[in-house]
Design a protein around this ligand. Sequence first.
Ligand code: NDP
Length: 241
Amino acid sequence: MSLKGKSVLVSGAGKGIGRTTAVLLAGKGAEIVALTRSAEDLQSLKEEIGCRTLVVDLADPAAALAAAEEAMPVDYLVNCAGTTILESFLDTSVESFDFLHAVNTRAALILSQAYARDRLAKGLGGAIVNVSSLSSSFGFADHTAYCASKGALDAMTRVMANELGRKGIRVNAVNPTVTLTPMAVKAWSDPAKSGPLLSRIPLGRFIEPAEVGEVIAFLLSDAASMVNGVALPVDGGFSVN
Ligand code: NDP
């Protein structure tokens, strides 16, 4: 599966799944436009793969739109930036609920609109992958705002696939379970919490970031030319339980 000569905008490319995906796509021949919040992460990624870089806080909608427009044109888009705040349902604040929706959901809307407008204005098709989560369809304790933001991202993915698919832009989501990145260490470092989850994964372990990146690469590529509107679990079989 080659992405030779294709350009890909990857949000959240500084760390974790986004960074691993950017490196992996570059290894398949893609030119990467890396977008994230921390300049030092982009500098080290640039030294590693020679990508274009954009520093932006995606929680700011105007800044997100300006960065997205600056990033164009690209052939494909990966909306991977995301964050979490752990609070019980009763303790979930309006501020954290709004913040997680701004970063995990609204930013994907803004970047995708800028990408799709640019592609359609040129009469071109394309592909978008939204990095969602298994949390979109499970009620993990202390993840109210996060689960809601990812459920909304899956719903938006379906609408995008319906509307943009008719114009030649495929839109899919990947839905990993715990993937071993800094975010996961923050959320799942307590064995009392991770143990029961791990026991439900038939393949018996959490996910490596590259195992998500490979699925993203497939969904972007022509190998997935008739795949549109799926929310694809990358979960070692967690969902079958
Ligand atoms: P990391 O925390 O390791 O990396 C997230 C990246 O997104 C960082 O580069 C971060 O930049 C960037 N980012 C976060 N907030 C913003 C913002 N406001 N503006 C711009 N960039 C931002 O997370 P993961 O790699 O673990 O997660 C990546 C995606 O995968 C997320 O959407 C997450 O929800 C999803 N996911 C993760 C799972 C996991 O277990 N790890 C499981 C399922 C889904 P900075 O560090 O500078 O803030």
